[in-house]
Ligand binder design. Structure first.
Ligand code: S3P
Length: 204
């Protein structure tokens, strides 16, 4: 080695930690019930990883030129689910992104299959009390425009939680601030990426 060469560029441990997650090379998809914080967490996660962020509901609204409640009112839930499936399929066809999905997406078999085939999914789990609290404000969720949203949420939990179990990773969000949850999600993704890479090395 000659004395004139520049020193090797040092990459800090945190950059390496984030790089390991990015080495997954597949989109990261957040699933879970309404109000659990998928959009906000997804934005922070994408920012940390330097990846584009998408929210499937926002993309549906852009395509339809209508907000979600109007799509439900004018075309019904079935049409909404069809659009949702198409939008998510398209978003998961390209580069690595972070995607927050609407609460019903992963409960639909066809949409779940696409996510399972193409992405790493993270179920953000919460108890009923947490979800009731977090969905108190806002009128933008058609399924919760009822006198008793807690009962609706409990019914959706009973139906969907067994399906959300199919996510690659599960992270409990009760009692955590959004920053704490972000750290847990990053740690879980990192552990998963390391395990995947170990698998590749062992198999080769
Ligand atoms: C829905 C959840 C909503 C939205 C639509 C239906 C659901 O998204 O997709 O109102 O079926 O749980 P969020 O989970 O982002 O509120």
């Amino acid at each position: 080695m000659t004395g004139n060469q520049p020193p090797p560029q040092s990459v800090g441990p945190y950059a390496r930690y984030l790089q390991a997650i990015k080495s997954l090379g597949r989109p990261i998809v957040l699933v879970g019930l309404m109000g659990v914080g998928k959009t906000q967490l997804g934005q922070h996660l994408a920012e940390k990883l330097g990846l584009p962020f998408y929210d499937s509901d926002h993309e549906i609204e852009k395509i339809g030129g209508l907000v979600i409640t109007e799509i439900f009112d004018r075309f019904g839930e079935e049409k909404f689910r069809e659009l949702e499936r198409r939008v998510i399929g398209n978003l998961l066809s390209g580069e690595m992104i972070v995607l927050a999905t609407g609460g019903g997406a992963f409960a639909q078999e066809a949409t779940r299959t696409v996510i399972q085939e193409r992405a790493v999914s993270v179920w953000l789990r919460a108890t009923l009390d947490t979800l009731v609290y977090r969905t108190q404000r806002g009128k933008h969720r058609p399924l919760l425009q009822t006198a008793d949203p807690a009962t609706v949420l409990a019914g959706l939990m009973a139906k969907r939680y067994p399906l959300y179990e199919h996510a690659t990773l599960v992270v409990d969000t009760d009692n955590f601030t959004r920053w704490q949850t972000l750290d847990v999600v990053l740690d879980r993704l990192h552990a998963y990426a390391v395990a995947q890479n170990d698998g590749v090395i062992t198999q080769s």
